[in-house]
Design a protein around this ligand. Structure first.
Ligand code: PEP
Ligand code: MN
Length: 343
């Protein structure tokens, strides 16, 4: 990874750099950080002559060859100063609260609008809403593109940015064309490398944010971070890591809660951690405790399923969505935990 002396290189400098690495069958990928750009060498970066020639350029500060499978997301990477901003919140400075339906019911658009307004009132900075759903049972409701309209209308009405899961390239294109601000990669696609790559390509140069959930089958922590690296290598570093419980589940909970990996993640990567307590415990009555635990473990934000009338909802909402009233209460308690953490 090449660290320039100026904030970013001009066209001529970049071309010179590209010409050098091309001689060694490598290429340059520009990663646009909030404060500074870095230039990743794509290919085998161990050529000593190539490194020496780059280090000889007057506008290059240094070449970092971090020996990590996720060199951009590594805690030592120059991108460690990158700040993700979403819903008016700078991650790390303030607790990010995302709330909304597991699944938007296209037959009841007003229900989503009412939830959206109530959640804004309750302190949410952003809305989530499932448009297309990854369902274990092929006969369960699978989602509907019509819900995308409803999601965007809720965003217009409330002024809040929105998050939706995409499972394939067609959904990705539809979501981006509609203006979805945050793309969710669900637990089932957490290791779908061609989708991760495609998302990285499509969001390069945009301010879109990706919420990457952890795979439900326990894998090494580095596997999770490396999945996020796939997205970032194309130039947009706005990625949030989302523990959401793993399999096998804990008796009584839907999954095995894994918010406790937050400090581990933070010791290896600068990427913000936004925990999803709803899918982890899988029951509305446990969501408050799981949310507070996540913040105590160091989470930068929470993504919570919330619904004005859970019993009238689709997908996971009847069992695990909290009401906006409960959301407001847990938000206040989580805020108190956040403040304790700053001591
Ligand atoms: C969801 O967010 O509704 C969802 C299906 O998430 P996960 O991928 O965590 O199961
Ligand atoms: Mn859900």
């Amino acid at each position: 990874m090449i660290i320039p002396k100026p904030r970013k290189l001009d066209e001529q400098q970049l071309q010179e750099l590209r010409n050098i690495v091309a001689e060694f069958d490598c290429s340059i990928q520009v990663i646009e950080g909030a404060g500074q750009n870095v230039y990743a060498i794509v290919g085998d970066e161990r050529h000593e002559l190539m490194i020496n020639r780059i280090e000889g350029l007057t506008y290059v500060d240094r070449v970092d060859t971090i020996q990590s499978p996720h060199k951009l997301l590594d805690i030592r990477s120059e991108l460690r100063n990158h700040r993700v901003v979403f819903g008016g919140v700078e991650l790390g400075k303030q607790l990010l609260l995302i709330g909304g339906h597991c699944t938007i019911d296209p037959k009841q658009p007003n229900l989503f609008y009412e939830t959206a307004h109530a959640l804004k009132e309750a302190g949410a900075h952003a809305l989530r809403g499932g448009v297309w759903k990854p369902r274990t049972n092929p006969y369960s409701y699978q989602g509907d593109s019509k819900a995308l309209e409803i999601l965007m209308e809720a965003s217009r009405q409330t002024g809040l940015p929105v998050d939706a899961e995409v499972m394939d390239e067609e959904q990705l294109d539809l979501a981006l064309d509609a203006g979805v601000h945050m793309l969710q990669v669900g637990t089932r696609n957490a290791l779908n490398y061609s989708l991760l790559r495609r998302i990285g390509q499509r969001i390069a140069g945009r301010d879109t944010v990706v919420l990457l959930k952890r795979g439900r089958h326990v894998g090494p922590i580095d596997e999770f971070i490396s999945a996020a690296e796939y997205i970032v290598t194309f130039g947009n570093p706005n990625v949030l890591l989302c523990p959401r419980g793993t399999l096998p589940g804990l008796e009584g909970y839907r999954n095995q809660p894994d918010e406790s990996i937050t400090p581990l993640l933070k010791s290896r990567t600068w990427a913000p951690v936004v925990v999803d307590p709803s899918h982890s415990v899988g029951k509305a009555m446990y969501v408050e405790a799981a949310s507070m635990a996540a913040v105590a473990y160091g989470a930068d934000g929470l993504c919570i399923e919330a619904h004005l009338d859970p019993l009238n909802g689709l997908g996971d909402d009847p069992k695990q969505a909290v009401t906006p009233e409960v959301f407001a209460k847990l938000a206040a308690k989580c805020q108190a935990v956040w403040e304790l953490r700053q001591r």
